[in-house]
Design a protein around this ligand. Structure first.
Ligand code: NAP
Length: 250
């Protein structure tokens, strides 16, 4: 299994849960120290192997070098989890920052295209493999302050659908896992390290946890080869849609 964005949140937890099944793991992200910690935990939990390499999905050079390394290390990939990404900023469009928009499109949309292009040659000889892209409820519902992020995730959904058509007949499957609010480092990154504001996002709510989303990813990845889980949309019970959230007071 190859997981991008495996240094925290859903990616790290997916690696840990898959480790319980004794799989070979290829883990990528930009923070190598965090990847090392996750890989050590995976080995303790039973992974047959947990190899890591620095990966920036915003760079074609980095992605291609990662895929070359994956080929040399494992020879094949059966499960690709395109998870790397996140949001930067909450500004309305009139106040939006180029660097935030560019970072979001690079990681969430172009990153999936780049990684998939580079890794497909390691998957195509082995029918039954699966690509799981991590989208969001934001791919389906736009909200104020989320124009660029929602657009990136809408792109992810379209990429997923197009890939499923392109790969029809190869025996490879393509699905998207689309969570709502989940407590990871997501808000801390989006709010540029402001811990108080990030904690306030989850105040009075029991959000999804990384483990809840990883369970869905692991479940989808482990269906029999003739079963393709096209889409999973999941939210915490308190969230009916991105902007309709029931918060407990006090
Ligand atoms: N948490 C939520 O509420 C939520 C809801 C719906 C969807 N999502 C999506 O779920 C995915 C995982 O997010 P998360 O909630 O687990 O947040 P997270 O804890 O911040 O994890 C994001 C991961 O993506 C990696 N990443 C970001 N940019 C990257 C890049 N350019 N190259 C390589 N790796 C990169 C980060 O690693 P490095 O910083 O080490 O590179 C990190 O491992 C994202 O695509 C996010 O948009 C999150």
């Amino acid at each position: 299994m190859l997981v991008t964005g495996a240094s925290s949140g859903f990616g790290a937890e997916t690696a840990r849960q898959m480790a319980d099944m004794g799989v070979n793991l290829l883990l990528g992200a930009r923070r190598e120290d965090r990847l090392e910690q996750v890989a050590a935990e995976c080995i303790k939990r039973g992974a047959t192997s947990a190899n890591i390499r620095k990966l920036d999905v915003a760079s074609t050079e980095s992605v291609n070098a990662f895929a070359d390394w994956a080929k040399a290390t494992a020879g094949r990939v059966d499960v690709l989890v395109n998870n790397a990404g996140g949001a930067h900023g909450m500004e309305y469009v009139e106040d939006g920052q180029d660097e935030d928009w560019e970072a979001m499109f690079q990681a969430n949309a172009l990153g999936i295209l780049r990684v998939t292009r580079a890794v497909l040659p390691l998957m195509k000889p082995h029918p039954g493999g699966i690509i799981l892209n991590i989208g969001s409820v934001a791919s389906r519902v736009a909200y104020e302050g989320g124009a660029a992020y929602c657009a990136c995730k809408a792109a992810e959904l379209s990429i997923t659908k197009a890939l499923r058509l392109e790969l029809n007949g190869t025996g490879l499957r393509v699905g998207t896992i689309d969570p709502g609010m989940a407590e990871t480092e997501f808000s801390l990154v989006r709010l540029k390290g402001d811990r108080e504001k990030a904690d306030a996002v989850y105040a009075g709510v029991e959000p999804l946890k990384a483990g809840d989303v990883a369970e869905a990813i692991v479940w989808a990845a482990n269906r029999p080869a003739h079963v393709c889980i096209d889409e999973i949309l999941m939210m915490c019970t308190a969230q009916a849609t991105p902007y309709k959230l029931h918060r407990l007071k006090g």
